[in-house]
Design a protein around this ligand. Sequence first.
Ligand code: CU
Length: 109
Amino acid sequence: MANLATEPGVVNAALIAAPARVELVEGVESDVYACNGRVPGPTLELREGDRVTIRFSFTVPMGTAGTYWYHPHPHHSTGSQVGRGLYGAVVIRAAGWMRRTGAKGTCYS
Ligand SMILES: [Cu+2]
């Protein structure tokens, strides 16, 4: 994936999820949801210590409201890092959503 930054140790990239038509099998085009027009999406290559900013746009024509979670995925230590607390919730409210007073949420993994 292209690094839009020019400063050493800084990586700025853009990831766009959108419908696309790609040739997954030679000679056959398929309608897919792709990142930057590719399936799988582009590889983001980094070095330890890089300061990274990824601008993510989701333009897939389907609802995104819901609850998700984020967490690291390093080889052989995902469980250790998640178990020590490196995770959290992502809540995407539906358009027009109104907060109810007194409502609380808890994140478990
Ligand atoms: Cu995961």
